[in-house]
Write a new protein. Structure first.
Length: 460
């Protein structure tokens, strides 16, 4: 019996030893697995950090080149055309970034058009053709900027609407699609770009600027049309289009969609090309001083008054406002208080709110558009003629003119005078915001005439 008990105990000890060994093996194996998991997690976390750092560097590079391409100080700008041969490298934080351009600036001089109306939420944009457009990048339709990730032969796909501070909106069929961009690539490397342990590359289409100015014809009969940043970057060029008349007003929705107006009923559709074709002779064929477009199919032009005769001895003088509906220009019927004013400027804060200003041939009247034009008598406004008007919103407008007394609208339809303390003839006004406006005018006392409005008031 004693021997049996001894054998049983020995057997149990052997079993326990085996169990202990198994437990030790399992614990060791588990510890090894946990160590590998920890090490792997640490490596993955470190790689993730390096990747994020490289991405941040690449995105910093994009911000850098966007600023260089669009700096308000022209002398600090880098033309897109110089980037392929002169890449920009900068050490920053944990590493460095490199900026290059895949080519010189891409300009859609033969702008495609929409094949049908698109809504504000559509992400596939059907067009006549995408020939000449970048495989990815940015386009403008009317006043909306859009990013797209891919194209087919007849569409822009994976579109992000209302970028760069613009608002997503519906657009009519046949609206031109503009593109003027620099295709840039930015690479970020940690700790450097030569032997990086973390590297990311991003690309983008940076939308470039274009502007045009118009003026009197040259002595040789050419139009005077100045173009900023195209076809040569960062300079004004004058193409001197042939067969010209004096040009007095211009309004652009984007690089390929706008109108120019001038003397004797001249009206020209701007399409972004290097040639200009006379589109219409407006009737009556007076001098048209200003034009403003809120959409491809919605524009207004104002000009000098004209005289018509029912009977030769009974002349009638009338003011002139023309409206564009996408197909034709037509003279507007005007309600309210009307006078035979010469009108010098028109501006809109939206497609349903515009103002036109001019002289006071018979009475002090400004003209207001809310789906139809109407004359509004201004009993407290002086200093006619008014030559420029600009509206930030339906309740925030400025008008400038013959003297240093401006007119301002802050509510309703009644304007009030604002004294600047600086006399002179002001011809145009423009606002970056409700608290940042500039007015310019004729030389006075041998000096350029400029007025700046900020929260603090007027500064000459």
């Amino acid at each position: 019996m004693r021997n049996l008990t001894l054998k049983t105990r020995q057997s149990q000890r052997g079993y326990l030893i085996i169990v202990a060994m198994i437990i030790m093996v399992v614990v060791g194996f588990t510890a090894t697995i946990l160590t590998e998991i920890f090490v792997g997690s640490t490596r993955a976390s470190a790689s993730h950090v390096l990747s994020d750092q490289a991405l941040n560097l690449a995105e910093s590079g994009l911000e850098h080149i966007t600023h260089k391409l669009l700096s308000p100080t022209v002398a600090l700008r880098s033309p897109c055309a110089s980037l392929p041969s002169s890449p920009i490298t900068n050490s920053f934080g944990p590493g460095a970034y490199l900026i290059t351009a895949s080519s010189g600036p891409l300009y859609s001089s033969n702008a495609t058009t929409l094949t049908n109306l698109i809504g504000a939420t559509d992400t596939t944009i059907a067009v006549a053709s995408t020939t000449g457009y970048a495989p990815m990048g940015k386009i403008m339709i009317e006043s909306e900027s859009l990013n797209y990730a891919a194209i087919t032969a007849t569409s822009f796909n994976n579109v992000t609407r209302g970028v760069d501070g613009s608002s997503a909106a519906s657009h009519p069929a046949n609206a031109p699609v503009g593109q003027y961009q620099c295709n840039v690539v930015a690479s970020g490397g940690v700790p450097n770009l030569t032997t990086p342990v973390g590297k990311r590359t991003v690309s983008s289409g940076v939308e470039l600027q274009e502007a045009i100015t118009v003026g009197d014809a040259t002595t040789s009969g050419n139009y005077t049309v100045g173009r900023w940043n195209n076809p040569t970057e960062d300079v004004w060029t004058n193409p001197n289009f042939t067969n010209g008349s004096n040009l007095l007003g211009v309004s652009l929705l984007n690089y390929a969609d706008g109108w120019i107006v001038g003397n004797a009923g001249a009206a020209y559709k701007w399409n972004g090309k290097t040639t200009i074709t006379k589109a219409y002779t407006l009737n009556p064929n007076v001098n048209y001083n200003s034009v403003y477009c809120t959409g491809t199919n919605v524009c207004h032009a104002v000009g000098n008054n004209y005289t018509s005769y029912v009977i030769i001895v009974l002349p009638t003088t009338s003011l002139v406002i023309q409206d564009w509906n996408g197909t034709s220009w037509s003279q507007s019927s005007i309600g309210g208080n009307t006078a035979a004013n010469n009108l010098y400027s028109v501006n809109c804060s939206s497609s349903s709110d515009c103002w036109a200003v001019g002289d006071n041939a018979k009475s002090n009247v400004f003209y207001h558009y809310t789906n139809a034009w109407s004359g509004i008598a201004q009993t407290t406004v002086t200093s006619f003629p008014y030559r420029g008007v600009f509206c930030n919103s339906p309740t925030d407008c400025w008008a400038v003119g013959a003297t240093g007394t401006f007119a301002r609208l802050t509510s309703g339809t009644n304007w009030t005078n604002v004294s600047t303390g600086v006399t002179g003839v002001y011809n145009s006004v423009y606002c970056n915001s409700t608290n940042d406006c500039w007015a310019v005018g004729n030389i006075t006392g041998g000096n350029d005439l400029m007025m700046h409005y900020t929260n603090g008031g007027m500064v000459s």
